[in-house]
Design a protein around this ligand. Structure first.
Ligand code: FAD
Ligand code: NAP
Length: 336
């Protein structure tokens, strides 16, 4: 059927990992690209929801919300060294990564256990433990909201950058992603284990496989990050600020322990978690909101918080970090 069934007055509390209460006047589940195109022809300005793991809703009600549920994992090309796999936007990202590792296809194992859908992965170019989805993304199949036309955008045209892409900048709001094609390696694989936690977990494993990296990442994340089904959160609330070397050196005079990682010959990346922690926010609680006690970048809903309560706390943290270090934090989470 090409026309999706519209659900009226749907409680969205369970549709976002923050678990804040909001109602969608119309929720439009789309399981095929035809349904997505049909839905967009009626409500081109609808909000688009995947797994809701990078969204903070600050309104008690929203008008039209399209829920992308397009499934399917299909090998569309194969050589002796690689496969190309086309994945429906509504597939769960972690299930897809698990599928890759089971088939011994390498490239995305460092991105295990990231919540959300495949369709959202290119939007902020998800990344973890030194790998971003851009290293495997071949093309993105989209539907134009305004014209209903389908387009294929090559990965190299997506302007992928740290937690960013063309879908967050010059093409923001123009397209809805229907599927993504990834190129994955066949053995022998190159594995990435430079991050301290992964290195530590794999110490003693002489030639780690992609399955070893996958299991290490799953174990680390399970231990370190709050489970959204237990405590509401959207992962890192802020991006790690990228600052000029001069700004960093100025801050270093007052805070000699401030860490950084190189970006290019003019810039460094400062871990936002360190800035927030050292400004005294880690473990902070006020009413139903707080800052996670193991990971200062994660803001939490302890139960019953509204989106505006979380936003207020986020602004207080950003202001305090700016005052203390002269570095402005930028939100990673999409505020609706
Ligand atoms: P949603 O939250 O539903 O949507 C996010 C944005 O994408 C919205 O603006 C939405 O409109 C848009 N969107 C969604 N689907 C589509 C589509 N098909 N077409 C067009 N636009 C769309 N992120 C990382 O990068 N690295 C991590 O390691 C990481 N760890 C996390 C850990 C936890 C515990 C949590 C809760 C979050 C974490 N995240 C991480 C953030 C989040 O999981 C990712 O950003 C994820 O890609 C969001 O997917 P989603 O389907 O939930 O998107
Ligand atoms: P971590 O390993 O404690 O490191 C703290 C920060 O320092 C990270 O944000 C990371 O930047 C940076 N870093 C550490 N080692 C690095 C290296 N060798 N080279 C360059 N940068 C380095 O971080 P964590 O909080 O436990 O998270 C682990 C990974 O999962 C990180 O990549 C993080 O981005 C990702 N993660 C993301 C989210 C999210 O919602 N976006 C949530 C949880 C975890 P990067 O962030 O740039 O990697």
């Amino acid at each position: 059927m090409n026309t999706p069934t519209i659900e009226k007055h749907v409680d969205l509390t369970a549709f976002t990992t923050f678990g804040v209460r909001a109602v969608a006047n119309s929720l439009i589940p789309c399981t095929t690209i035809e349904q997505l195109t049909s839905a967009l022809s009626n409500v081109p300005d609808a909000k688009v929801l995947g797994g809701g793991s990078n969204i903070l809703i600050t309104h008690s009600s929203l008008d039209d919300v399209i829920h992308v549920r397009i499934k399917g994992i299909e090998v569309v090309a194969e050589t002796t060294t690689h496969v190309h796999v086309r994945v429906g936007a509504g597939e769960a990202w972690h299930d897809f990564v698990t599928w890759c590792v089971k088939h011994d296809y390498g490239g995305l194992e460092n991105l295990a256990l990231i919540p959300g859908t495949v369709g959202a992965a290119p939007i902020q170019n998800i990344g973890a433990y030194g790998v971003e989805q851009q290293s495997c993304c071949v093309e993105v199949c989209v539907v134009d909201r305004e014209h209903g036309t389908r387009h294929t955008i090559a990965g190299r045209e997506c302007e992928f950058a740290y937690r960013s892409s063309v879908f967050k900048t010059s093409l923001a709001g123009k397209y809805v992603i229907a599927s993504v094609t990834y190129q994955l390696s066949k053995p022998p694989h190159t594995v990435h284990h430079a991050y301290k936690d992964v290195q530590h977990a794999l110490a003693g494993t002489e030639h780690p496989t992609i399955a070893d990296v996958y299991h290490a990442v799953v174990a680390i994340r399970t231990h370190k990050l709050p489970d959204p089904s237990v405590v509401g959160n959207a992962g890192s609330f802020f991006k790690n600020p990228v600052v000029t070397i001069e700004t960093y050196q100025r801050a270093l005079e007052s805070y000699p322990a401030m860490p950084c990682y190189p970006v290019d010959h003019l810039h460094v990346k400062v871990p936002a978690a360190w800035l927030i922690d050292n400004a005294g926010w880690k473990g902070y609680r006020k009413g139903a909101v707080g800052v996670h006690e193991r990971q200062a970048l994660v803001l939490i809903n302890l139960g019953g918080a509204g989106g505006n309560d979380v936003l207020l706390l986020a602004n207080q943290i950003a202001d305090s970090v700016s005052e203390k270090y002269g570095i402005r934090l930028e939100m990673e989470v999409n505020v609706w």
